[in-house]
Design a protein around this ligand. Structure first.
Ligand code: LLP
Length: 441
């Protein structure tokens, strides 16, 4: 899968997504606009499912990590594709429930889940909760007791591997806020603590080593560490691990620099995890665990593009040229947060050669409000439609109303049809929750 599966340049020289001309889309829905290609999302969900079927006899479940993009429609798609989801907040849970998503196929995460979030999960029968603190273990046990239920849980493990985009390192000492370390004994302590809880059943373990990772070795190494821990827990405590959740993190294509790394076939990642599981379970004499994986970015990332209208253009001669668009860090904070790289093109002149390198700026009242730097474009003019690619993951989900800008709407495109999946905000929405104390009236 690469960006070309979603996008095409048509005979008018316009960018097309999901069989629709982006210039027409911009006219119909306005800009800024999040655009999603439904087919691409489904292809990716199926790719992971197929990999589990092909290499592991279907003994597992794909959980879409909905923090990457959460709205009712995406949970509907996940349900139709027969996969589960990973949720990290009451808001994500509530959205999934509102879309009629089967709670049994939800795995709830979070290093500091709120009492109200745990209550919501238990009251609705969420399948798995990944425990990440002793305090949470106590709260969950008593909530389950009060409801007369037994809750299945996993333990969040820190396997001591920190993976980066182009490198991975093993860290003996770990300073992550997530999970329990294998090395300092806290993972084992958590297991024995939970095994004593009458209203909780430990199904197994979870780990997630990072995001936007390309190296298969990182996942292989993490799987090795987890299997070694699983073997130790069986030997020491007689604990049989039923479920192993290896998290997500599979990298995607954003810009030219990623071309050499971004995989054509995401099955390869799943296969490499499974190969290690098979080898290590045989070596240690263990049962093959039910395998969960939690891809987020790789399911929706390349399926999404952002459409903008070019406004002000400022050429600081010999220094920098800014092309300002009608969006900004309120709809995409990733450059401000991570200096993320992107590819962009003029959607209405997509067949023209790039002649200059520009910085794409937003409209927020802040110098750091940049969408992308060092972008090659034809000479942009006010009114051009600018498309930024691979914006499907961690864009809408991290958007805000900063400067009281509208969070843009999102549409889903499928075989030449486009429909809202997130409707436009209005000024009324902006002031909806404002309250004016009596004395100020
Ligand atoms: N599972 C767990 C427990 C996670 O924490 C995450 C992501 C995932 C799965 C999904 O990972 P993915 O397949 O999407 O890489 N805001 C950042 C990304 C934060 C990722 C947090 N956890 C960004 O914009 O790059």
């Amino acid at each position: 899968m690469n960006e070309r599966d979603t996008l095409k340049i048509n005979n008018k020289g316009h960018l097309e997504i999901g069989g629709m001309d982006t210039v027409d889309i911009a006219k119909q829905f306005g800009t800024p606009l999040y655009v999603y290609d439904e087919k691409h999302i489904r292809v990716m969900m199926r790719a992971y499912k197929d990999a589990l079927n092909k290499y592991y006899g279907g003994h597992g479940l794909v959980l879409y990590a909905s923090k990457a993009f959460s709205c009712k429609a995406i949970y509907k798609i996940a349900a139709q594709e027969n996969i589960g989801i990973d949720a990290v907040s009451g808001g994500e849970l509530y959205t999934a429930f509102s879309a009629g998503f089967n709670p049994a196929k939800i795995c709830l995460h979070g290093n500091n889940k709120l009492l109200s979030e745990l209550e919501l999960a238990l009251d609705n029968g969420v399948g798995l909760i990944v425990v990440d603190s002793f305090r949470e273990a106590d709260i969950l046990d008593s909530l389950a007791a009060k409801r007369g239920v037994n809750q299945d849980v996993l333990i969040r493990i820190n396997p001591g591997i920190e993976a980066h985009t182009h490198a991975f390192v093993q860290t003996a000492r770990t300073d992550s806020k997530f999970g329990f370390s294998i090395f300092d004994g806290s993972a084992e302590n958590m297991l024995t603590y939970l095994l004593d809880k009458r209203n909780l059943t430990v199904k197994g373990f979870h780990c997630h080593i990072g995001s936007q990772i390309f190296e298969k070795q990182s996942f292989e190494l993490a799987t090795e560490k987890m299997l070694c821990f699983i073997a130790d827990m069986k030997k020491i405590h007689g604990f049989e691990t039923e479920t192993l959740n290896m998290g997500g993190g599979f990298g995607i294509w954003y810009s030219e620099g990623d071309r050499a790394h971004a995989p054509e076939d995401y099955c390869e990642y799943v296969k490499s995890i499974i190969d290690v599981i098979k080898a290590k379970t045989a070596e240690y004499g263990l049962r093959q665990p039910f395998l969960m994986i939690e891809p987020g970015r790789s399911i929706v990332g390349e399926a999404g593009i952002m459409l903008y209208t070019v406004g002000a253009i400022k050429d600081i001669v010999g220094v920098k040229k800014y092309v300002a668009v009608d969006g900004g860090m309120f709809e995409n904070p990733r450059y401000a947060l991570y200096q993320s790289k992107y590819s962009a093109l003029l959607a209405n002149r997509a067949d023209e050669p790039c002649t200059e390198i520009v910085t794409i700026a937003g409209k927020c009242c802040e110098s750091g409000d940049i969408i992308a730097a060092g972008v090659a474009l034809p000479e942009a003019e006010s009114g051009d439609i600018l498309a930024v690619l691979s914006t499907g993951a961690y864009h809408y989900s991290m958007a805000s109303n900063y400067n009281r800008n509208f969070i843009p709407p999102a549409i889903l495109v499928n075989e030449g049809k486009a429909e809202y999946i997130i409707k436009p905000q209005t000024y009324d929405d902006i002031v909806r929750n404002d309250a004016v104390p009596e004395r100020l009236k």
